[in-house]
Design a binder for this molecule. Structure first.
Ligand SMILES: N=CN[C@@H](CCC(=O)O)C(=O)O
Ligand SMILES: [Zn+2]
Length: 413
């Protein structure tokens, strides 16, 4: 594996000593940047970091001159549903004409629409449809991603979906973590209680036996699954070796945050509808609050109250929620822009939220999320930029230029 030496870097972003797992509260506004720097990548790892004043000799290394450019650690996208059979722009048009997400779901659209299509699509075909999305997110700076099931809704199709997610990790340079989200919606023709029983008694054992999921998730929401359902499912998931994370408080103050805290979830995600009680519940817990600004934007929901969350001394993570129904984009630079523009986060806070804090939420802190010697060589070089804040400011401009994953330049497929 060839070594790469990136020289004359205008700003090497998110340089951390080993052992910094996440940042919270006021510390989120501090983003360590080494100016006029070099970065040495070897054997798939970050091998050295320094200032151009003390320039190293690395015989045989490919040299990349990054004059005028910034180098970032790859984004870690800790919440996606990027395995799906088809887009849902027909629902997008219904929403433009006034229908709500809940209206569409109540008429058998939404998640059930995606489930019908996924059930009719073969595993190989799902891989073929998901791979271009995976390459697209790599080209916009993502190096590690969580992928959920939840459009299968039968034992057979949930397993199929999780196998597809695992294959994305095998067939691309992305680091992939998988999450079993059987409790995403109640399938047509079943009662909720019967389905919850099936999730617990049939799906969780089958997923665990096949070792297909690292985590377990529930859509804890009015009209979907209650906090009591969520806690029962998490109990069974934990016994089977899957740690919880939860879709919480997207459409209502559904009790999802409190359920996540009670279950010791790794993260509570969405948070469009939270207030003082939910923030108090998160204080004193180790749960990572995670905002999904693409979903709030696309559904015209209130944005998660980032300023209150950070002022309460909590950490905050930002992920894309890439899915066909509520967030059809996995573009993390766009998520940074939305976090800054709509949630009033500073560029430093947003970049911390999408790198080190999402790595923590995926238990990848030891290997991803910062420029630290010994971590995986997942970085990207930007187009020339006047400053760090230019990235979220220039929303929509493709600023991610050269992508390096596992120490190799990624051309794309
Ligand atoms: N809210 C639940 N799940 C997804 C949306 C899924 C869909 O509409 O297909 C989300 O995180 O937004
Ligand atoms: Zn989601």
């Amino acid at each position: 594996m060839a070594a790469i030496l990136i020289t004359h870097i205008k700003g090497l972003v998110q340089v951390r000593e080993p052992g910094v797992a996440s940042v919270k509260g006021a510390a989120m506004d501090t983003l360590p940047v080494l100016t006029n720097a070099w970065l040495w990548l070897a054997d798939g790892k970050i091998a050295g970091i320094g200032s151009m004043d003390q320039f190293p000799t690395v015989p045989g290394a490919e040299v990349i001159d990054a004059t005028g450019r910034f180098v970032f650690p790859s984004f870690v996208d800790s919440h996606t549903h990027l395995v799906f059979a088809a887009s849902r722009e027909e629902e997008f048009v219904l929403k433009i004409k006034g229908a709500t997400y809940a209206d569409i779901a109540a008429k058998g659209g939404g998640i059930l629409n995606s489930a019908r299509k996924l059930q009719q699509t073969s595993e190989d075909e799902l891989v073929a449809r998901a791979l271009p999305r995976a390459w697209e997110i790599m080209r916009t700076g993502t190096g590690a991603v969580e992928i959920k099931s939840g459009y299968g809704l039968t034992v057979h199709d949930e397993l199929k979906m999780l196998r597809v997610a695992r294959r994305i990790g095998q067939e691309t340079p992305l680091t992939v973590r998988t999450t079993f989200l059987g409790a995403h919606a109640v399938p047509a023709g079943m009662t909720k209680d019967d389905y919850v029983r099936q999730v617990i008694e049939e799906m969780i054992p089958a997923v665990a036996e096949a070792r297909l999921a690292d985590y377990i998730d529930v859509f804890c929401e009015q009209g979907f699954f209650t906090p009591a359902d969520t806690l029962r499912i998490f109990e069974a998931g934990k016994k089977a070796g899957m740690k919880p994370r939860v879709h919480a408080n997207q459409l209502h103050r559904s009790g999802g945050v409190q359920a996540g805290v009670q279950a010791g979830a790794l993260s509570v995600d969405h948070l469009e509808n939270i207030g003082d009680e939910e923030i108090a519940a998160l204080q004193g817990s180790n749960v990572m609050p995670t905002a999904l600004p693409g979903a709030a934007f696309f559904l015209n929901l209130p944005f998660p109250p980032a300023r209150q969350i950070i002022a309460a001394g909590l950490p905050l993570a930002i992920a894309s929620d890439y899915n066909p129904g509520s967030a059809p984009s996995g573009n993390m630079p766009l998520m940074l822009s939305l976090a800054c523009i709509k949630m009033k986060m500073t560029p430093e806070e947003a970049i911390n939220a999408a790198t080190i804090n999402t790595a923590h939420a995926l238990e990848l802190s030891a290997t991803h999320g910062s420029i630290t010697v010994g971590k995986v060589a997942n970085v990207f070089i930007t187009q020339p930029m006047p400053s760090l804040a230019f990235m979220p400011y220039a929303f929509g401009t493709p600023l991610v230029d050269t992508v390096i994953l596992n120490g190799e330049c990624v051309g794309g497929a």
